[in-house]
Design a protein around this ligand. Sequence first.
Ligand SMILES: Cc1ncc(C[n+]2csc(CCOP(=O)(O)OP(=O)(O)O)c2C)c(N)n1
Length: 318
Amino acid sequence: MEFPEQTLLDCYARMCLIRAFEEKLAELFSQGLLGGTSHFCIGQEACAVGVITAAREDDWLISNHRGHGHLLARGLELQKVMSELLGRSDGYCGGRGGSQHLSAPEKFFLGTNGITGGGLPIATGAALALQYRGSTQVAIVFFGDGASNQGTFHESLNMASLWKLPVLYVCENNRYGMSNPVEKACAGGRVSARAQAYCLPADTADGSDVEAVAQAASKALEQVRSGAGPFLLELLTYRHCGHSKNDPRIYRSKTEEQQMWERDCLRITRDKLLRRGIPDSRLEQLKTQAAEQVQAAAQQSLQAPFSSREETLAGVFA
Ligand SMILES: Cc1ncc(C[n+]2csc(CCOP(=O)(O)OP(=O)(O)O)c2C)c(N)n1
């Protein structure tokens, strides 16, 4: 699929925003201003942006522990996300959820999730609700190759297939589950092949090519929305960073990492735009604008108050 020029530019801008956001988080983390841990999706931005560009704005999204790309691709407000991660009261969940438990139902974003494979049954349940209501919305869940070894993956696909639920399962196969390479952890190696066992259609696409992702997701969503039941889409991608902030990445070679930077999704999109005659200066400007937006959001959030004791406890006791 060839996007119109403006759509590809919008995708590039959104991918730059996600990357700038996570680069800023790394900086805040090293300055001791961001607590806990963070799982970055640097390298995987085209997956989030491609799928969400193909989706409807009211399709429900269910994310995982590596969710900043998903929520920023959906268009959640940068500053409210930043505040949430920094524990501030003006964050999406009043600073109580952080990176792993951030939800924004008003944006049809059902939440990030720290439990490996935890999003799959949530999405399956959401799809059951949509079917029950006769809705044309679809539930879309993102998960990793590691999560496809969890029971929740198999239980969800089985039930969704039996009940023809409107759910798109999107596996971002970034080659590793923590330090485990996919070939050592995932029998058969190809996650999409597992769909056959549960009689649902599946596809595999290049997760570094935002147009290829959007094309595959569009076809899948069309099928799901038509009432044909669930679909499994596997996106082949790479996380350039470690699993989390404390991962020295000793389980893979520097050569492999360098080769994968050559296939970086931002680089591929940039090259496509250059080939279409967009001047380099315009692309550089989009990158700078993204960094400036992130910087402004961080500055504002760092000045916002932390959640108070009362706010933190609200909703905990009934
Ligand atoms: C039920 C459960 N088991 C183990 C963990 C620890 N854990 C956190 S992320 C992760 C790896 C997940 O790998 P994958 O699903 O491939 O996603 P990726 O991190 O590669 O994006 C594990 C094992 C967890 N959070 N939840």
